[in-house]
Each structure stands twice: as C-alpha cells, then as structure tokens.
Ligand binder design. Structure first.
Ligand code: MD3
Ligand code: FE
Length: 227
C-alpha cells in the first residue's frame, strides 16, 4: 500500500485526507467495536486533581496509555479488568508500516471515544520514551475541529477539520507540538451507530533494541492485503 502524497499542515504534520475508504472504515469500526467488548472504555482522570476526562478511552497493543491519580503512564493491562490489552488489528499495523517505514512496529494504539460534548485540551504527548517514531492518528465517525500549534504552548495554532477516514502523521519537528480537539461536529458521519467520533493513535512507546528494517520484498510479502 503506497499512500497518496500528503498535505503538510505544519513541518512534521502530514495530513492524508480520505486515507481509509468507506469499506476500510467499516472494517476498522467493526474491529474497534470488538476490541471495546474485550477492553471496555474507561474514563481517565487527571493526575493530582482526579478531574475526569470528557473523553472515554481504551487501548490495544502490548502497551496502553492510562491516566489516574498516580499519573500518566503506559501499562500492559487494562486499569479496571486487569487483563492484557487486545492486539492491534493487522490493517493498522500495515498502515503504520506504510506511513512510517523507518520506525519499528507500533506498541500502543490508544482509542479515544468522543461524544458530541467531549473535547481534549491543548497538550503535548510526552509519555513515550521513543520520540523518533511518528504518532499516527486515524479518525472515524463525526468530523472534529483539531488544533495544532508549536512546541511551546504560547505559539500560534492552526485549526483543521478531521473527517472519518482521515489520517495524520505527526513526526519530526512536530512530534512534541501542542495539540487538542476543540469540538465534535455532531451528525457529520453515519459510520458509528451511536454517532460521535473515535480517534485511534498508533505509537511506538519504547526504543527498539535493534530494529532492522526488512528488505522491501519481505515487507511486501508479509503484508499483501490492502489496508
Ligand atoms: C500532534 N488525540 O490521544 S490525535 C491524544 O483526536 C490526542 O483524539 C487527539 O491528542 C484525538 O493524545 C488528536 C492527533 C495527534 C496525536 C499526537 C500528536 C496530534 C499530535 C503528537 C504530536 C503532535
Ligand atoms: Fe495528544
């Protein structure tokens, strides 16, 4: 799978509108809904204040991101069931490999669930220890207004509409950019049975001990299915 040329939003932020077509979005939705049966959505809390997030979360992968009074961290098990996270669907692993060919495979896929009132304040993602690999964001369901700025909170920001099937690759100079979700535009998609928005972020969390890039022939042979 060779992605179309992206639109650069800011240096290091590449936008791929409509990366996943409707059929791929439906397949992804069904895979995510199955993951949520095994790893039910939980409501993260701000460290110290215990203020609940408006976004519900879950994860798949060997590591998942959680937030509670003890802090922000990645861990191998669900904070409420204690079970390991389900594995990352292969179509997502393939998309990550196509979009970040030099990075080792993703360890975490954070699943953010937005109802029409949910939002995410401006923040940086810095709980990973591997910052060379990009973060890959996939949007499903209702369109959102996404905001991205510079690596300092007071730098100017840009607003971008992210629609179902859109992918953003966040790397290089923008890996530590401030970003957030200002609001969801209800009723803009029919993909999700109950409306709202799902965002998936694929991440490398730890540095790979010795990631050796396989030759092209091996990589293509191992992932022949279209994403
Ligand atoms: C820019 N999620 O889970 S994804 C998050 O739409 C998060 O749910 C948002 O921010 C969402 O942490 C935005 C896009 C995103 C993810 C990581 C980034 C943008 C980023 C890292 C650096 C810069
Ligand atoms: Fe983030």
């Amino acid at each position: 799978m060779t992605p179309h040329a992206p639109v650069s939003i800011t240096p290091g932020v590449d936008y791929f509108p409509g990366f996943f077509d409707r059929a791929a979005q439906e397949a992804l939705r069904d895979e995510v809904l199955a993951i949520l049966e095994a790893a039910p959505p939980f409501r993260p809390r701000m460290p110290r204040t215990a203020k609940p997030f408006s976004v519900l979360m879950s994860n798949c992968g060997s590591l998942g991101w959680v937030a509670d009074e003890r802090g922000y961290r990645y861990q191998a098990t669900h904070p409420e069931t204690g079970r390991p996270w389900p594995s990352i669907p292969s179509r997502l692993v393939r998309a990550f490999a196509a979009l970040a060919p030099d990075a080792p495979p993703p360890e975490a896929c954070l699943i953010n669930l937005y109802d029409p009132a949910a939002r995410m304040g401006l923040h940086q993602d810095r709980d990973e220890t591997e910052f060379a690999a990009p973060v890959i964001s996939i949007s499903l369901g209702d369109t959102c207004l996404f905001r991205v700025g510079g690596c300092k909170r007071n730098e100017p920001t840009r607003s971008v509409r992210l629609s179902s099937g859109d992918v953003v690759v966040l790397g290089g100079a923008s890996r530590l950019a401030f970003h957030g979700v200002d609001r969801i535009l209800p009723g803009t998609s029919r993909l999700l049975p109950e409306g709202g928005r799902i965002n998936l972020t694929l991440r490398r969390v730890t540095a790979a001990a010795e990631h050796v890039r396989e030759p092209n022939s091996v990589r293509q042979g191992a992932s022949r299915d279209p994403v």
